[in-house]
Design a protein around this ligand. Sequence first.
Ligand SMILES: Nc1nc2c(ncn2[C@@H]2O[C@H](COP(=O)(O)OP(=O)(O)OP(=O)(O)O)[C@@H](O)[C@H]2O)c(=O)[nH]1
Ligand SMILES: [Mg+2]
Length: 456
Amino acid sequence: MNFLSQDTIVALATAQGPGAIAVIRLSGPEAISITNKVFRGKNLEQQASHTLHFGTIRDCERLIDEVLVSLFVAPHSYTKENVVEISCHGSEYIVAEIIKILLREGARLAEAGEFTKRAFLNGQMDLAQAEAVADLISSNSRISHEVAMKQMRGGFSAEIKNLRAQLVHFASMIELELDFAEEDVEFADRTALRNLIHEIQKLLRHLLQSFELGNVLKNGVPTVIVGKPNAGKSTLLNVLLNEEKAIVSDIPGTTRDFIEDEVSIEGIRFRFIDTAGLRETEDKVEALGVERTRQKVEEAALVLYLFDVNTTSPEELKAEVEDLKTAGKPVLLVANKLDAAADKLIDFGSFENLIGISASRHQNIPELKKAILSQVKTAGLQDRSQTIVTNLRHVASLEKTYAALDDVLNGIALGISSELVASDIRRSLHALGEITGEITTDDLLENIFSKFCIGK
Ligand SMILES: Nc1nc2c(ncn2[C@@H]2O[C@H](COP(=O)(O)OP(=O)(O)OP(=O)(O)O)[C@@H](O)[C@H]2O)c(=O)[nH]1
Ligand SMILES: [Mg+2]
């Protein structure tokens, strides 16, 4: 596949705002010649690829900045086009001036994700790899970084290609099955075909199941801390965040609105949400807070139910657990203020998923973190070679592939014509091809790359 772009695009590749240096990037047939027109130093059009050149950028005779220019001559660049990167001083004014004169010399402003889109269209990377570039940029924990890096380097694509190869193999078996049909070996052959499809579906199921974890890795785990007023929820939030984020006081009903922040535990991001204590109240503002707490429980992936062991009876806790169950979320019961009554925990021996702590004394917090982690399905993380799907678009395509294979199986069971079976196989191949971009539409590309930042 080769996509010949006429335009030369330009954009700031580093973050907006002042910095030590800023990098302005150009890509396209005229990238080097346009830069050369405003650059004083060596003649850039006569330099080798992968070389660096010091010089100045001038607007006619006015000196704009001293810069360092990196040259990448097509096809040896990120986009496979001519690429120039101008490192200038990181002033917003300088950046704006340089881009302005590059535009005047014939470049045009890049659209969001256009560099990476060109890299994809020119065959530098497939679509799943291009998407991983965006994931890599936004990765913010050890594991989300690891998964994005693996996908960008083609790990996931290799898995999809492997599935495709198996399906193509399957298609050829169908032809074989046709040949053998007349020789009356149909039954055995079909069993083999069915087994192959089952094998492929098993792989697909693995990939689909990995999304539960993949989604957690990408978006974090919203974890809501609920409980009666004064249970110590805000104290616990502060302990987990390692920061005095929420106001703590001995007045029940201190927290009115929810307070949240993110923290990483063993490489997985959790968003902890402290809430207004759950109770019947006459106070209008507090009542609103309680209502919002219920909403937060709806949105959460995990609920920490915190209670004061000194003032809560097992019967009360049981009633609360019943109530929480209706939300259908995993609940971890956290008995707080153990420092004041260490032996009280025995009363709660019959509860599952219960852990005792003292938030204010920082007791048992590592154990609590471990318990929180255990609520997240991290099974896939043990085996570092397993592919984890993190992208909803990929899930949709995998599901389509799976459904098409179901149709293949049904077709075989019903003894429909081989042509129809073959058409269902093609459908499954098509759906897989959407992931790596063998099959694309303009809308799809627009949708994917418009979410990138400008300059990437
Ligand atoms: N002894 C003891 N006191 C604690 C512990 N954790 C919190 N407290 C105290 O309990 C009181 C209430 O703590 P908060 O963290 O404000 O409780 P909360 O659940 O956020 O309360 P509301 O915001 O009113 O719903 C404060 O006086 C804390 O110092 C603990 O582990 N042991
Ligand atoms: Mg509070």
